[in-house]
Design a protein around this ligand. Structure first.
Ligand SMILES: N[C@@H](CCC(=O)N[C@@H](CS)C(=O)NCC(=O)O)C(=O)O
Length: 206
């Protein structure tokens, strides 16, 4: 693929927090040439929002990517688009596998929304999310991953949904809450050992 430019907010001064990082991880894993442009909410966002709506990203939201002079929006559709461009590299092998990936991806969106509402919500909402919200999603995903051989949702082959689940575990500070979730542990152990991911994660801790 041609060079990809990814645009997303820098949330809370944390370079990995929130939606853009799902795409960043996929770009790293695939070894694609890319640039990651970080925008700040208050600064130039309102002008940029008007501009991207004019350019056809009608929801006016981040993340989006620019490739070959065209813009493409929405996290999960962007991941699917890249996968398709790479010959379905991060898709399933048939309609049923792809339905499973769709379902898992859809639930990660519920999880993200729950986490986001707690993040911007009251102390009480935050406490409730940590106590009830996170375990609710850990249980759901443990069930999904325990139904497969693993380590990934489709077995040996990684798919775009695995990136979404891994990154939510990270965003929701659940990577160290996996003692009772052996299949999610297996996912994380394999994910962080993927050569390009391992290299990228090292750059984050430098
Ligand atoms: N489901 C969409 C959500 C897009 C979305 O709501 N993005 C937020 C940031 S996470 C945004 O752009 N907010 C600023 C705005 O709506 O003006 C996706 O994953 O792309």
């Amino acid at each position: 693929m041609e060079k990809i430019t990814l645009y997303y907010f820098l949330v809370n001064n944390n370079v990995t927090l929130a939606r853009g990082e799902n795409i960043k991880l996929l770009l790293e894993d695939a070894g694609l040439e890319h640039e990651y442009v970080r925008l700040r909410m208050g600064e130039d966002w309102s002008d940029r929002k008007v501009q991207i709506i004019e350019d056809g990203l009608y929801s006016g939201t981040l993340p989006y990517i620019e490739v070959g002079g065209k813009k493409f929006g929405r996290t999960i559709p962007i991941m699917r688009y890249i996968s398709v461009k790479l010959g379905n590299k991060y898709h399933g092998a048939n309609d049923e596998e792809n339905q499973l990936l769709d379902s898992v991806a859809d639930i990660t969106d519920d999880w993200f929304e729950s986490m986001k509402n707690a993040f911007w919500g009251s102390d009480e909402a935050k406490t409730k999310h940590v106590k009830d919200g996170t375990p609710k999603f850990l249980n759901i995903f443990e069930r999904y991953y325990s139904a497969q051989e693993g380590p990934y949702i489709l077995g040996e082959k990684i798919s775009y949904s695995d990136f979404l689940v891994y990154h939510l575990l990270d965003d929701d500070k659940a990577l160290n809450r996996l003692a009772e979730y052996p299949n999610l542990q297996k996912l994380v152990q394999s994910f962080v050992e993927r050569p390009n991911i391992k290299k990228y994660l090292t750059t984050l801790s430098e």
